[in-house]
Write a protein that binds this ligand. Structure first.
Ligand code: SF4
Ligand code: SF4
Length: 103
């Protein structure tokens, strides 16, 4: 039997919190619309020249610690990351995309 835990998708399954998630939302494109102090090495430009968070080839944000699945620049994380609401429809949609807790 596998000991991997499944990510709950709805409030009915179990409480939706970031601690039972795989940082699913940290695979989304994050535009930098204000300067919060993100280090240069994590900044890339998109095809229109706008600043975005750099992502690795597998799609995850370069600022994500892959062992703990926590943001390594939490104090200076972009505005979009601050506003992404846990439990929102967007959050639930992202959780649906990944079934197993990534640890
Ligand atoms: S905001 Fe939602 S998708 Fe992002 S880490 Fe938290 S629970 Fe997961
Ligand atoms: S900056 Fe941090 S919170 Fe935002 S996508 Fe990257 S790892 Fe996730």
């Amino acid at each position: 039997m596998s000991d991997s835990q499944q990510i709950p998708h709805t409030q009915i399954d179990q409480q939706v919190t970031c601690s039972n998630c795989a940082a699913c939302c940290c695979q989304l494109e994050v535009m930098l619309i204000t300067d919060t102090g993100v280090p240069e090495r994590f900044i890339d430009s998109d095809q229109w020249g706008g600043e975005v968070m750099r992502r690795l080839d597998d799609g995850w944000c370069a600022a994500l610690d892959r062992d703990s699945m926590r943001c390594t620049i939490y104090e200076v994380r972009p505005l979009i990351c601050r506003e992404f609401e846990m439990g929102s429809p967007e959050c639930l949609e992202e959780r649906r995309g990944i079934n197993t807790i990534y640890r």
